[in-house]
Design a protein around this ligand. Structure first.
Ligand code: HAM
Length: 412
C-alpha cells in the first residue's frame, strides 16, 4: 500500500456510530439553547500562547505551528475555547443577549505520543456559555455534559468537581503551596514543574509522590468568601439537578485559563487515558487575549474516548446512516421499478437503496444483509406482472408477499 494515515490520526469509515456519539453528546445542549458555531481549524499562534497559557505542555510541546506563505505564524487549534472566545469578541456577540451560549464539534490537534485513546488529530464536542458568572449557569453547563453521556447510555462516567479559586485567593495559596513543596525532597524534574506551576505537582499520579503530598495545602480550603459562596451554589445547583459528583480537591487541568469551577469526567474502562472530558470557568481568558473582562464556562468531551467508553460498557448506539429499506430487483423491468421506488421512498424520508450491478439473487441478498437495512424488498419481472413484491424482515428472515399498491405506504 502506498500511503497510510499519518501517525496518531485515523479514518472514520461508514458503518460506525461516530456521528451518533459526536452529535449525541451535544443534543442536551442543543435543546438548552446552545447555538452551533464553527471556527477555523487554525488560528494565530499567539491566540493559543496567550489564551491557553505559555507554560502549559499543550503550548510548549504539543502545538502544530507553521508559517503560511505570507510569513504569519499559525497553529492548528489544540482546543476550541480560545477560538470561540476570539470569535465572540470579533463579532461582538457579547454586546447582545448574555450568556452567549454556543456548541461546537470538530477536530483538534496536539502533537502527543499516540496510544489508546490518545491521538494527534482527535475530535471534541464542546459548549461555551459566555458573559455571566451566575453559578446556576455553571450547574447547567456541567449537567448538560452529564446528560449527554447518560443519553448515549453510559452508566459508569464519574464527575470530578472542584474550585480553583480566583485572582483574589489563588496567588496567596500558590505561594503557600510553593513554600510547602520547597520543604519536600523532590526529584529535579518535579522541582522544575513546581517552579513553573506548583499546582501541577498535586496532580502527579505517582503513589510515592502522592504519599509525600498527603498534607499539602489545598485551594479548596483556602477559597476567598466569593469563591466559596460560588462553589457552594454550584454544588447546590448540581444536587438539585440530580447530577452526582465527587469532590476532587487535587484536580488540576492541563490548560492555564481555569478558575473557580473546574471539572473532569472520567471513566475507569479506558486504561491510562481515563479523562473522557473536562472543562471549567475561564473568567480571565478574554482579557488575556486582549478583550474586555468577560467571564465564561464550558467543556469539551473527547469523541474517541466516548466511543471507547461505550465499547467498555458494552453499550451499542445506532450506527450512522443506517438504511431502512434495500430493494433487490431481479430482471430489467424490476430494476427500472426499483430505481423509481427507492426514489419515492427517499422523497418520503425513508433511507433506501437498491442492489446495483445485476448480481443475481444470491449476491443481491448478500448485499441486502450487508446494507444494514431492516427490510428487503425482492421483486422479479414476473412479480411485477402479478403486482406483488416479497417483503423480507432482515432481522428475523420472515417474508411476506405485499401488493405493490400497498408497499410504499407500508414501508413509510
Ligand atoms: P481538555 O481537557 O484539554 O480540555 O480536553 C477535553 C477532552 O478532549 C479530554 O478530556 C479528552 O477526552 C479529549 N482529548 C484531549 N486530548 C486528546 C488526545 N490527544 N486524543 C484524544 N482525545 C483527547 C479542553 O480542550 C478545553 N478546551 C475544554 C473546555 C471548554 N474548557 C472550557 N471550555
Amino acid at each position: 500500500m502506498a500511503f497510510q494515515a499519518p501517525k496518531g490520526t485515523y479514518d472514520v469509515l461508514p458503518g460506525t456510530p461516530f456521528l451518533a456519539a459526536r452529535d449525541g453528546l451535544l443534543e442536551p445542549a442543543r435543546l438548552a439553547g446552545y447555538g452551533y458555531v464553527e471556527t477555523p481549524a487554525f488560528e494565530d499562534t499567539e491566540l493559543f500562547a496567550r489564551g491557553v497559557g505559555a507554560s502549559t505542555d499543550v503550548v510548549t510541546k504539543e502545538m502544530y505551528t507553521f508559517s503560511d506563505r505570507g510569513g504569519r505564524s499559525l497553529t492548528l487549534r489544540p482546543e476550541g475555547t480560545a477560538g470561540v472566545v476570539r470569535a465572540v469578541l470579533e463579532h461582538g456577540l457579547h454586546h447582545g443577549q448574555l450568556p452567549v451560549k454556543v456548541r461546537y464539534a470538530g477536530p483538534m490537534f496536539r502533537a502527543e505520543r499516540p496510544q489508546k485513546g490518545r491521538f494527534r488529530q482527535f475530535q471534541q464536542s464542546g459548549v461555551e456559555a459566555i458573559g455571566l458568572t451566575d453559578p446556576a449557569l455553571d450547574a447547567e453547563v456541567v449537567a448538560l455534559a452529564w446528560e449527554g453521556y447518560q443519553a448515549l447510555g453510559l452508566r459508569h462516567v464519574r464527575l470530578l468537581l472542584t474550585s480553583l479559586g480566583d485572582p483574589t485567593c489563588r496567588p496567596a495559596y500558590r505561594e503557600e503551596l510553593a513554600a510547602y513543596l520547597a520543604g519536600l525532597d523532590l526529584d529535579e524534574a518535579t522541582r522544575e514543574r513546581a517552579r513553573i506551576n506548583p499546582l501541577r505537582v498535586l496532580d502527579d499520579k505517582r503513589p510515592e509522590l502522592q504519599a509525600l503530598l498527603a498534607d499539602a495545602p489545598l485551594i479548596i480550603d483556602r477559597l476567598c468568601a466569593d469563591c466559596k459562596a460560588h462553589h457552594e451554589a454550584v454544588v447546590a445547583g448540581l444536587e438539585s439537578l440530580g447530577v452526582p459528583f465527587e469532590p476532587a480537591p487535587r484536580l488540576v487541568r492541563g490548560l492555564d485559563y481555569y478558575m473557580r469551577t473546574t471539572f473532569e469526567f472520567v471513566h475507569d474502562g479506558l486504561g491510562a487515558q481515563s479523562a473522557l472530558g473536562g472543562g471549567g470557568r475561564y473568567d480571565g481568558l478574554s482579557e488575556s487575549i486582549g478583550g474586555p473582562p468577560l467571564p465564561g464556562i464550558g467543556w469539551a468531551l473527547g469523541v474517541e474516548r466516548t466511543l471507547l467508553a461505550l465499547e467498555a460498557e458494552g453499550v451499542t448506539i445506532p450506527q450512522d446512516d443506517r438504511l431502512q429499506v434495500f430493494v433487490v430487483p431481479l430482471g430489467s423491468a424490476a430494476k427500472a421499478w426499483a430505481v423509481a421506488t427507492v426514489g419515492r421512498l427517499r422523497a418520503q424520508g425513508v433511507a433506501a437503496d437498491l442492489a446495483y450491478g445485476d448480481r443475481g439473487l444470491k449476491g443481491a441478498m448478500k448485499a441486502a444483509d450487508r446494507s444494514g437495512a431492516r427490510w428487503a424488498v425482492v421483486v422479479g419481472d414476473r412479480d411485477l406482472d402479478a403486482g406483488v413484491a416479497q417483503l423480507k424482515d432482515l432481522s428475523n428472515g420472515e417474508q411476506t408477499a405485499v401488493p405493490l399498491s400497498d408497499l410504499l405506504e407500508k414501508l413509510a
